[in-house]
Design a protein around this ligand. Structure first.
Ligand code: F6P
Length: 341
């Protein structure tokens, strides 16, 4: 078989580990041939390819990013996008596609599957918000990066008697904030799933100072105050039509300083959470996903996404994975709240 591989959406530590596993098993065990598509769905849309074989995947396991490049191109939002993809796949003699991506990339894969394209999905996102899989690779690395930052911020907060606010990624789901906050011993964790009461946050900050302790707050980039009193930039679109986020930490620092008289600083971790080498957990998960994905292709078990359920790698219909986002359940968040008192 001739198999195309692409990586779409925001990059994520572990992408190269998936590509490596797919190609090594695909060539070594099954004797398949591979074509790398550049920059997500833009590759098959514009016929942008690069060689992909055992030589190209040598040494890439620990490397962050993706050797194939990525983009947020969605062929369903482009005139004749789907027809162009089908035509290019046919011209290149591609029998099947392995699409590695998050909600958007796999949403496209789901639709293409229903239009007769042979496709297998591999779930990636540092946000861990894809349904039907317990974890996505990249999440563990992002949480570890954020945890290390929080550990470091505790000592500088104490030295200066300041409030430190760590803003982490997560537009719609607070998994990174929740896990990094718990692992780093944060005093307050704010997530998009539960709009927060600013007054309560302020009270909490003041109570921490009464016990002579400088608080650390972890906030997801998509968290919002309950009364809707948000800085206007929060919902602005950037030049590419994406929602511009990344202001909540700074906004909170301003509000806390104003209301408590204590110095507050915001630290926006941003894309550092997506960069660099994957943790051991992510390398293993990504590799297991890749191995199972190429088995699925070989068996012709298309229209599926590989997933982690418990400790097993299973396959679920793509539609199950993309139907809705996996957000933090209320009770899961509530169990951590007792620590903030
Ligand atoms: O979906 C992954 C993610 O890293 C989100 O956590 C974040 O909101 C978004 O991508 C950032 O996207 P971009 O790199 O396009 O700014």
């Amino acid at each position: 078989m001739r198999i195309g591989v692409l990586t779409g959406g925001g990059d994520c530590p572990g992408l190269n580990a998936v590509i490596r596993a797919v190609v090594r098993k695909g060539v070594g065990t099954y004797g398949h041939e591979f074509v790398g598509f550049k920059d997500g769905w833009k590759g098959p849309l514009e016929g942008l390819t690069k060689p992909l074989g055992v030589e190209q995947v040598r040494g890439i396991l620990p490397r962050g990013g993706t050797i194939l490049g990525s983009s947020r191109t969605n062929p369903f939002k482009i005139d004749n996008g789907v027809e162009r993809i089908k035509e290019n796949l046919a011209n290149l003699g591609i029998d099947a596609l392995v699409a590695i991506g998050g909600e958007d990339t796999l949403g496209v894969a789901t639709k293409l599957d229903s239009l007769g394209v042979n496709v297998i999905g591999v779930p990636k996102t540092i946000d861990n918000d894809l349904n039907a899989t317990d974890f996505t690779f990249g999440f563990d690395t992002a949480v570890n990066i954020a945890m290390e930052a929080i550990d470091r911020l505790h000592t500088t907060a104490e030295s200066h008697h300041r409030v430190l606010i760590v803003e982490v990624m997560g537009r719609h789901a607070g998994w990174i904030a929740l896990h990094a906050g718990l692992a780093g011993g944060a005093n307050v964790i704010l997530i998009p799933e539960k709009p927060f009461d600013l007054e309560k946050v302020v009270d909490h900050v003041e109570s921490r100072f009464r016990t002579n302790y400088s608080p650390i707050l972890v906030v997801s980039e998509g968290a919002v105050p309950a009364d809707g009193d948000m800085m206007t930039s929060h919902n602005e679109l950037d030049a590419f039509g994406h929602v511009r986020l990344g202001g909540i930490g700074t906004w909170l620092a301003e509000q806390i300083e104003k209301r408590t008289g204590k110095e507050a600083r915001a630290v926006v971790l941003g894309h550092t959470q997506r960069g660099g080498t994957p943790t051991a957990f992510d390398r293993v998960l990504a590799t297991r996903f890749g191995l199972n994905a190429i088995d699925a292709v070989h068996e012709g078990d298309f229209g599926k996404m590989v997933a982690l359920q418990g400790t097993d790698i299973v396959r679920v219909p793509l539609i199950e994975a993309t139907r809705e986002l996996k957000t933090v359940p209320v009770e899961r968040y509530a169990e951590s709240e007792v620590l903030f008192g």
